[in-house]
Ligand binder design. Structure first.
Ligand code: SAM
Length: 348
C-alpha cells in the first residue's frame, strides 16, 4: 500500500464529495433567488442578502461560506461577492454557460437511485418517462443555453446549404425534441419555415406546445407524440436529433426512418455529446460527466426499447457514422464541434 497514493485518492474523493454537496447548494441558491440577488457582483453581507431574499441570515451565511470555500465566491471582511464570471454561470439565465439545469439533472440521478438498483440487477432498462420529474425540466434547462449560444449562429451554418433553405421556407422535423427548446429557437430564427417536434414522451409534448406559445411561434412550430420510427411525412428538408439519438433503443431503425422521410437533397443534423471513439480517449472531465450520466439516463433508456443497442452518451463519431451508413446514408461528416457536443451531418 502506497500511502501517498492513498492520500491523493482520498483528496480526490473529498473534492468530489464537496462538489456533490455543492450541487445541492446550487439548486438551493437558484430556487431561493440568492444568485440573482448577487448578479451585480457587488460585495454583500449575509444579513443584507438574507433580507433582500427573505431568507434566514444564519443559514445564508453558511451557504455563502460554502461558496467561498469552493472558490465560487470571494470573501473579504465579512462580505461576499459573486464575480462576473461566476454570475454568468449561476445567476444569468440567458447566458450561454448557465448551469443550474445541469445541477437539476444531477439531482435527478440521486432521486432515481433505487430505480437504477433495480435496473442494474435486472434487464438494465429504465425508460425516460420513469425518471423523477425534475429530469425533464432539468434537461430542458441544461441544454437550452448551449442551443441558444450555438445552434443558429454556428451549427446550422456548418451544414451544407441548410440556412438558405431555412430562410426561404423549409420543412423541419426535430426528433426526440423533449420540451422543444431547440425547435422553438429555430422557429424564432426562421419565420418562413415550418417545424414539427416529435417525441415518444407525451408529457414532454404537452410542455413543448406550451413553450411554442410562450415563444410566439405556435403558428410554425407544433409538436406531436410519435416515436423516432413512425412519425409522418416524407418531404422534410432537415431532420434533427438533439442529444437523443444515443438514447434510443434502435438508432439504426430511427436513421432508416429519417432516410425515408427526407427529401432526396435533405440533410440530417445530429447533435450528440462530445466524445472520442475510445474509452481511453474520453478520460476527461467531460467524458467523466457524460459516462456517469449515461449510466443512469441514456443507456438504461436505450435498453428499455426494442433492439436496445445501448450506444451510451460517449458513442463517438465512428459508431454514429456506422449507424447512418447501415441506414443507407452515403455522406456523413463532422460539421463542427464544441467542448460538449459533436455536430454531425448526414445526407443521402
Ligand atoms: C436527453 S433528452 C433530449 C431532449 C431534447 N432533444 C433536448 O435537447 O432538450 C432525450 C429525448 O429523447 C426522447 N426519446 C428517447 N427515445 C425515443 C424514441 N425512440 N422516439 C422518440 N423520442 C425518444 C426522450 O423522450 C427525450 O425527450
Amino acid at each position: 500500500m502506497d500511502e501517498a497514493k492513498l492520500n491523493d485518492f482520498m483528496g480526490k474523493l473529498v473534492t468530489d464529495m464537496g462538489g456533490a454537496a455543492m450541487i445541492a447548494n446550487i439548486i438551493l441558491g437558484e430556487e431561493l433567488g440568492l444568485y440573482k440577488a448577487m448578479a451585480d457582483s457587488q460585495p454583500v453581507t449575509p444579513e443584507a442578502l438574507a433580507s433582500k431574499t427573505g431568507c434566514n441570515a444564519r443559514l445564508v451565511r453558511e451557504w455563502l461560506s460554502a461558496h467561498a470555500a469552493s472558490g465560487y465566491m470571494e470573501h473579504r471582511d465579512g462580505e461576499f461577492r459573486l464575480p462576473e464570471e461566476q454570475a454568468m454561470a449561476l445567476a444569468i439565465e440567458d447566458s450561454p454557460v448557465y448551469v443550474a439545469g445541469g445541477a437539476v439533472v444531477v439531482a435527478a440521478l440521486y432521486h432515481d437511485k433505487d430505480k437504477l438498483v433495480r435496473a442494474m440487477r435486472g434487464d438494465g432498462a429504465l425508460a425516460w418517462g420513469d425518471h423523477h420529474p425534475c429530469m425533464f425540466s432539468g434537461t430542458e434547462r441544461f441544454f437550452r443555453p448551449g442551443y441558444r449560444g450555438h445552434l443558429v449562429a454556428e451549427w446550422l451554418p456548418a451544414l451544407e446549404g441548410v440556412v438558405d433553405k431555412l430562410k426561404a421556407g423549409a420543412k423541419v422535423a426535430d426528433v426526440g425534441c423533449g420540451h422543444g427548446a431547440s425547435t422553438v429557437i429555430m422557429a424564432q430564427a426562421f419565420p418562413k419555415s415550418n417545424f414539427v417536434g416529435f417525441d415518444y414522451h407525451a408529457p414532454s409534448i404537452e410542455v413543448a406546445n406550451q413553450r411554442a406559445k410562450e415563444g410566439g411561434v405556435s403558428d410554425r412550430a407544433r409538436f406531436a407524440k410519435y416515436s423516432a420510427k413512425d412519425y409522418p411525412d416524407n418531404d422534410y428538408d432537415l431532420i434533427c436529433y438533439f442529444d437523443c439519438l444515443h438514447d434510443m433503443g434502435d438508432p439504426v431503425g430511427a436513421a432508416q426512418h429519417a432516410y425515408q422521410s427526407l427529401k432526396p437533397d435533405g440533410s440530417v443534423l445530429l447533435v450528440e455529446p462530445f466524445a472520442n471513439d475510445k474509452l481511453d480517449e474520453n478520460m476527461t472531465p467531460v467524458g467523466r460527466l457524460f459516462y456517469a450520466a449515461s449510466t443512469f439516463i441514456c443507456t438504461p433508456n436505450s435498453l428499455s426499447q426494442e433492439v436496445g443497442l445501448g450506444l451510451g452518451a460517449q458513442a463517438g463519431e465512428k459508431r454514429l457514422r456506422d449507424v447512418f451508413m447501415q441506414a443507407g446514408f452515403r455522406q456523413f461528416r463532422r460539421a463542427t464541434e464544441t467542448p460538449f457536443n459533436l455536430i454531425l451531418e448526414a445526407r443521402k
